[in-house]
Design a binder for this molecule. Structure first.
Ligand SMILES: Cc1cc2nc3c(=O)[nH]c(=O)nc-3n(C[C@H](O)[C@H](O)[C@H](O)COP(=O)(O)O)c2cc1C
Length: 165
């Protein structure tokens, strides 16, 4: 099997993160979408970019499937580390204001200094229930990563226009 160059691995207990990830990949079908479940993940291929998406549970913690599988995932990606990465974290500002999106902090000790450290470079925090613009913010987050994966961080047209002035 030839792997897509971008992987989005997500977990979801109650369906929100699943919905967000399916919405996002509906407009980006080139992103390979995989759900992390309690079963050991089969794996992985070589990816230009790897994205992890998790809801926040406990008191600002990760959904339990991540704590179960993260050490093994880091090891699995070590031979062919992704060049780019990102984290998408869901939380609830209204009922969990003090620990809002704490999964971001919970991911850090697992990823820092590892082959998956690039995932800490681009972080998107969402509360889809409170934020009507979540779809747009989530799309901008993924678009920036896609642009980087194509090496398109430089706007040639803009440069040409200013050079002609
Ligand atoms: C038991 C429980 C604990 C939660 N703890 C937090 C929390 O500490 N911080 C936070 O921001 N959201 C918290 N949430 C909100 C969830 O992260 C949020 O509802 C998320 O959208 C759930 O995603 P899912 O439907 O994909 O599982 C909690 C929700 C539940 C039910």
């Amino acid at each position: 099997m030839v792997s897509a160059s971008i992987l989005l691995l997500y977990s979801s207990a109650r369906g929100q993160t699943r919905r967000v990830c399916h919405t996002l990949t509906a407009s980006h079908p080139d992103i390979e979408l995989v759900e992390l479940t309690p079963d050991p993940p089969a794996w992985p291929g070589r990816y230009e970019a790897v994205l992890f998406a998790s809801p926040t549970y406990g008191q600002g913690g990760l959904h339990h499937v991540w704590t179960t599988h993260l050490p093994q995932l880091v090891e699995a990606f070590t031979p062919s580390p992704p060049r780019l990465g990102g984290l998408l974290v869901l939380g609830d500002q209204r009922y969990h204001a003090r620990t809002f999106a704490g999964a971001v902090t919970a991911f850090k000790p697992y990823l820092q200094g590892t082959a998956l450290a690039p995932l800490l470079d681009r972080i998107c925090v969402l509360d889809p229930r409170q934020d009507r613009a979540w779809e747009q913010r989530c799309a901008s987050w993924v678009e920036a990563i896609i642009q980087d994966s194509r090496g398109a961080t430089y706007d040639h047209d803009r440069f040409d226009r200013s050079a002609r002035r």
